[in-house]
Design a protein around this ligand. Structure first.
Ligand SMILES: [Zn+2]
Length: 79
């Protein structure tokens, strides 16, 4: 079943959180801040509304997200 929201779907919250963080690292699409379980399809989507996801916030606070962004930009430039 395809969800009518037409958003990317993830089977688990873990997969959605990985995608959320990856989206932030690569600056893809709009700035998603959290994941939620869809009432229509039962799968997980990203959302740009609401509170910031705890794992994402931890990565921001610890500087880990910044590090990942630098690594990504480096790879884009030199590989
Ligand atoms: Zn859905």
């Amino acid at each position: 079943m395809t969800c009518s929201t037409k958003k990317n779907e993830y089977d688990t919250i873990e997969a959605a959180e990985v995608a959320l963080i990856d989206t932030r690292i690569r600056f893809l699409g709009n700035a998603a801040v959290n994941v939620y379980q869809c009432e229509i399809c039962g799968l997980w989507h990203l959302t740009s509304r609401g509170v910031v996801n705890v794992k994402l916030q931890e990565m921001i606070d610890s500087g880990a997200l910044e590090e990942e962004i630098k690594k990504f930009e480096w790879r884009e430039r030199y590989t």
